[in-house]
Design a protein around this ligand. Structure first.
Ligand code: AMP
Length: 299
């Protein structure tokens, strides 16, 4: 059986992947920023199960952080992550630095400055607009840039992503149209017993804040209940989520309902209800200084 490998840069990872392909091995791949939790591990377990070999990248991508403090404070637990990955049967983990990921870029600091200004190339993914695209300008462009490079590195594979970052999954699916040998697999959100979506950022929350953060899921469940009770008025559902969050003194960035078929807002008053088949409620809110996102399908 192949030994587990922890590789220091994308070049050695690309070599490992090419070797697997040469041996006709199907690769399952999970891109992450580390500080692994059960949500990440559920993706890795799937990658292990559905493929001949599974690999993971751990890279806290500076291009997708618009705030330098947020990047600085992002949790990093590399040794622990490596041990967890070995336990679940992952065969290779790799990391790298920004210059290693973009060796052709002469001045990565200039690239980073552009990313922070929201000035990286914008791509023709309709999902880049609104919500995360609006409240974190440049974030999704930074995601696009790194995932494109990660896909280049790993090559043909099944690539696993979490529904927790729903808008990101839409952007990645658009990106993957350029990679005919990469199949994007989207997996459900893994939650704490309280309903709180697992997130590396949860480690910044105190016990009291963790209780408050669980209200995000409560607000989404309220939206889903309203949908089941026949409400087809987007304004009403959005107001309901907002009021639940505000009651818990959570600062809301957005609490909206979207038609995921074409990433558009739902008509405020849709009596016939046909556009609601693929409706999803999405929220972004701050608990203390920690920004959390979550979403749920209404249907
Ligand atoms: P991140 O390390 O936050 O960039 O996440 C890496 C991958 O794990 C992304 O595809 C995320 O959507 C996914 N992920 C993060 N949290 C969860 C969760 N609670 N359940 C399932 N997948 C998740």
């Amino acid at each position: 059986m192949d030994m587990f490998q922890s590789l220091p840069d994308p070049q050695s990872a690309a070599h490992w992947c090419r070797q697997q392909l040469a041996r006709n091995k199907q690769i399952g791949y999970v891109p992450t920023m580390g500080a692994l939790h059960r949500g990440h591990l559920s993706l890795v377990e799937c990658a292990v199960q559905d493929n001949d070999v599974a690999c993971v990248s751990i890279f806290v991508n500076p291009l997708q952080f618009t705030q330098p403090d947020d990047l600085q404070e992002y949790p990093r637990t590399m040794q622990r992550d490596i041990a967890l990955l070995q336990q679940v049967g992952c065969k290779m983990v790799y990391s790298g630095t920004l210059p290693q990921f973009f060796p052709e870029v002469a001045d990565v600091n200039a690239m980073l400055a552009r990313a922070r200004r929201g000035d990286l190339p914008s791509h023709s993914s309709v999902a880049m607009h609104g919500l995360e695209g609006e409240f974190r300008p440049g974030h999704l462009q930074g995601v696009w840039a790194i995932v494109e490079r990660l896909f280049d590195t790993v090559g043909p594979c099944n690539a696993y992503f979490g529904e927790k970052d729903f808008q990101q999954t839409l952007v990645v699916k658009d990106l993957a149209k350029r990679f005919p040998h990469i199949k994007v697999v989207v997996r459900p959100t893994v939650r704490e017993p309280s309903g709180l979506a697992m997130s590396s950022r949860n480690s910044h929350l105190s016990t009291a804040q963790l209780r408050v953060a669980a209200k995000l899921y409560q607000a989404l469940l309220a939206a889903k209940r309203a949908w089941h009770d026949g409400v087809r008025n987007a304004d009403e559902i959005e107001w309901l989520m907002r009021s639940k969050l505000q009651d818990a003194r959570i600062r809301v960035e957005y609490a909206v309902v979207r038609d995921t078929a074409n990433w558009s807002a739902l008509p405020p008053n849709d009596t016939d209800g046909t556009t609601w088949e693929q409706a999803r409620a999405l929220v972004a809110a701050y608990v203390g200084t920690v920004r959390l996102i979550d979403n749920i399908a209404l249907n």
